[in-house]
Write a protein that binds this ligand. Structure first.
Ligand SMILES: Cc1cc2nc3c(=O)[nH]c(=O)nc-3n(C[C@H](O)[C@H](O)[C@H](O)COP(=O)(O)O)c2cc1C
Length: 132
């Protein structure tokens, strides 16, 4: 069984191209060493991420993320055990998604990403992570 953890977090400053590159290089490097896979998306200041792997490794990495000064807050939406990884080919896939994409997927008008993630059930966030 594979342990997964799904959370969202809010940036503490406006991320630019270089910040994403630095973050992904660091994340992919450590994930590869720990056998962690997953996907990270960024929507207008909010990160949504799924981490999957051995439970102690995923928890260890999430603890770093929780304490990372690049985020002002983070919240776990779901965690548990599954038969298989969703993102087995990626040490950390990444996409930037605008609010318009969320609204298209949901066929309605969420005013901002924070309002959306604070109320979205895990299954919706997983759909969003898998959409691109
Ligand atoms: C939005 C976000 C996502 C991150 N994702 C990962 C990740 O998937 N894997 C990882 O090792 N670090 C990730 N990091 C970086 C960690 O917070 C941390 O800086 C890094 O793992 C080094 O940890 P350490 O300082 O405890 O050694 C992420 C950070 C942020 C802000």
């Amino acid at each position: 069984m594979i342990y997964y953890l799904l959370y969202y977090g809010v940036e503490s400053f406006k991320f630019g191209q270089k910040d994403f590159e630095e973050l992904l290089a660091q994340a992919r490097d450590r994930n590869e060493g720990l056998g962690i896979t997953g996907k990270l998306i960024y929507c207008e200041g909010t990160f949504i991420q799924i981490l999957e792997g051995e439970q102690r490794h995923v928890k260890e990495v999430y603890q770093s993320i929780e304490n990372d000064p690049r985020l002002i807050a983070s919240k776990i939406v779901a965690e548990g055990l599954v038969e298989q990884r969703y993102f087995k080919d990626w040490s950390m896939d990444f996409d930037e998604v605008p609010l318009a994409t969320i609204n298209e997927l949901e066929r309605c008008e969420h005013p901002d990403v924070s309002a959306y993630v604070a109320n979205a059930p895990a299954v919706k966030l997983l759909k969003l992570l898998s959409a691109k």
